[in-house]
Design a protein around this ligand. Structure first.
Ligand SMILES: *[C@@H]1O[C@H](CO)[C@@H](O)[C@H](O)[C@H]1NC(C)=O
Length: 241
């Protein structure tokens, strides 16, 4: 058992815990406060109360979780807090598909709309790994979006080792799925050194990165435009070791 690769991950856990505490504080705050700030004229407006009132549903929270950033823990917290804080948490099915077609996005928006209407609890929250979906485009008000992010290098390392360590028993696999071939390398550093396709980001390809969870399902949100992202990551991993 090599402990070297585990150490950066343990440091990541500390950072994650801090992020989680911040997220929960923010949730508790938004749950109990009304929007008070009036919109400021001119300048760049961070917060526009009228816009929120017109376009957002303040009693619906949507955690469209970025993978490998501690989202499992945050979902657990949402479930623990629901009774105490007077809201209901609902887990959306289908955790595999993050990129949706126009029709699939419409179905997602409708599903959330229906479940909000059926809910006996007026305040509800949802979670699902899915790219940012614009509810307004489908004639619905926007929910309050919530997410959790993480240092991109830590995230990439986490995904690399997770793919090796966790067979995900019981997880739904899409039809036609075959288990990947055994990995060539045991450490991310090694993988980067050999520029293995498994840890290489190529121009014109798309990968399940963080940006589309905030940007959307469009091509320009999902594709890598510059391979330099790889050089940036490789440089930082090397410096750490
Ligand atoms: C959502 O879509 C509406 C209408 O298509 C557009 O006006 C709005 O800017 C979009 N919002 C975001 C956050 O993309």
């Amino acid at each position: 058992m090599a402990w070297g690769p585990l150490l950066p991950r343990l440091r990541g856990v500390g950072a994650l815990a801090l992020l989680l505490v911040l997220a929960v504080l923010l949730m508790a705050y938004t749950a109990h406060q009304q929007v008070r700030q009036p919109s400021r004229r001119g300048g760049d407006q961070v917060f526009d109360a009228r816009h929120v009132a017109e376009h957002q549903t303040r009693h619906v929270l949507f955690f469209n979780r970025v993978p490998k950033c501690g989202s499992e823990m945050l979902v657990l917290l949402l479930q623990w807090l629901q009774a105490r804080n007077g809201f209901r948490h609902m887990r959306l099915k289908n955790t595999v598909k993050r990129y949706l077609t126009f029709d699939q996005q419409a179905a997602l928006v409708e599903e959330i709309g229906e479940r909000v209407q059926e809910s006996t609890e007026p305040r509800v929250s949802f979670d699902r790994h899915v790219y940012f979906t614009n509810f307004t485009s489908y004639g619905f008000k926007m929910p309050i979006y919530l997410n959790l992010v993480r240092d991109p290098v830590e995230k990439m390392a986490s995904r690399f080792y997770y793919a090796r360590a966790t067979p995900r028993p019981g997880a739904a696999t899409p039809p036609g799925y075959t288990s990947p071939a055994p990995p060539h390398y045991t450490s991310l550093e090694e993988c980067l050194r050999y520029q293995d396709p498994e840890c290489t980001f190529l121009t014109g390809h798309h990968y399940d990165l963080t940006i589309p969870y905030f940007c959307g399902h469009e091509d320009f949100c999902r594709y890598i435009f510059y391979t330099c992202i790889l050089q940036g990551i490789a440089g930082r991993v090397r410096r750490k070791t």
